[in-house]
Each structure stands twice: as structure tokens, then as C-alpha cells.
Design a protein around this ligand. Sequence first.
Ligand code: PEP
Ligand code: MN
Length: 290
Amino acid sequence: MCARSVVWAGGVEIGGGDFVVMAGPCAVESEQQLLRTAESVAKAGARILRGGAYKPRSSPYAFQGLGLEGLKILRKAQEETGLAIVTEVMSEEDVDLVAEYADLMQVGTRSMENYALLERLGGCGRPVLLKRGMTATLEELLRSAQVIAMNGNSHIVLCERGIRTFETATRNTLDISAVPVLKAVAHLPVIVDPSHAAGVRSLVPVLSRAAAVVGADGLLVEVHPSPDQAMSDGPQSLTFHQFRDMMSDLQPFLDLMTRQAARQQMGPHLVAVGGADSCGRGPSPSGCSR
Ligand code: PEP
Ligand code: MN
């Protein structure tokens, strides 16, 4: 079995055994909002600060993000807390600018098949967090990862963030089996975003525990100082207190996984779908097809 890839985002190793939690607001709204959040999530154990400066919104009338000003606020939060930064890049024209501020370049669900953007990210000199398109198969997700890799950048973290199904009780449907399947057919780290999957904050802790138990390498979680006043995604954002509780409740589940991993090697042989592991060739699109 080939070695798994680890991806470094700033000084943080993703996929190396530690469960890496990335947390922060959906959007950077103000310096005070971000600095307070950064301090709180760092204290609770997050290693990477999230926050959108460029926001892909479903409505053109919704808050579109602070742009460069938001990036500067992220830099300030990094200087004050030492957290690495993950933030979304929406357009190939913004890649160089965002790369100056981000330790991890987020590609959102709506951009997963923006090939001009993916190609530019191949040369950006930063690792990429590639979110699954909301109607994309795992094979399509891996194909997009391969576009980035073929353009020169194999430092990619995959993110399951829920997919569109007929179910309406949640914003999206968390495809929890995506985690072991992706880990079996590709060597890249895989994280879970329970916030966009659930759409409601009450479900975020339990989905996070599920992610830990199926072997995810980390989480991307929305946290806001006062979610009811948030300019985007308030209903799914945790308060500081809820995030702290969620982090401490996760620990026994992570310990369970560590013990289990010591007993058995997770690998392609555990997974029902066909396809070879793509060691040395980047993720294999054919690896997910039956
Ligand atoms: C986000 O992370 O705030 C976001 C917009 O996520 P997604 O692209 O998964 O909807
Ligand atoms: Mn959001």
C-alpha cells in the first residue's frame, strides 16, 4: 500500500495523523468579529482560521464579502493568534492576491468545475482545499483534483460538504461514505464540512463526530460571535460556547479512531468500490467507478 499524502498549510500538517479543525465565520465581516472568533477557536483547539473575503452567494443581492479588506483582516488575525488561514478564491484573476494572504486556498462547491480557476491554482504555490460540487460525484471531484495536480500542484485536501438530494430536512445531505471511499481510492487528505451539509447548527456536533469516526483528517466548521446577526450562514454557525463543547466532546471519538487504526491498517482492501489506489499518479478519476 502506498503512503498517504500529507499537506502542509502554513505550519499545520493535514493528513498526518492529527485531526485538524478549521473554524471561523462564513464571511469576514469586521476586524472585531474576526479577531474575537480567532482567539476563541484557537483556545478551543482549532489550528486553522476560516473566513470568506470573497463570497459566492446564491443571490446577487446577498453580502458578497469584503474582498481585499477581508484578506487584510485575516492577516491581522493570523499575526495575533498564529492560526493558519483558509479562505476562498472564486476567480482565476484573484489567485495571486489571495495566495499572498492564504495558507490554504479554498475552492467552493460552486467552483469545483471552474477549470480556468483550477488550472491557475496549479501554479499558485499554496495548497488547495477542494470542496465537492453540490451535484458532483466523487469521480468528478477527483477529476477536478487531477486538473490542479496536472498543472503542477499536488498539495490538495478534499472536502465533503454535503450534496443535493431529494431530502429537504437538511440544507444538503452529508455523504459520510465519501470519506472512506475517497481515502481508499486516492492518497489525499479528506476533511468534512458539517456546517454546509447540515444548514442548522444543532446537527453540526453530531456530524462532526461521525466525520471523526469514519476517518476524516479534519473539519471545516462555521463559528460566529453572534450567529443570529451573521451576514451569511448564521443558522448553521456555532456560538463560541457550542464550538468549545463540540471540541471537547470529539476527543473520545478521536481516541477511539487512534486505537482502531493501531489495530488495523485502513486501506483500499476495506472498500467495496473498484479501482486501484492512485499512488504516485495523483488521484485517479477511474478509481471511483464501478
Ligand atoms: C463556505 O465555506 O462558506 C462556502 C461557501 O462553502 P460551499 O462552497 O461548500 O458552499
Ligand atoms: Mn458559509
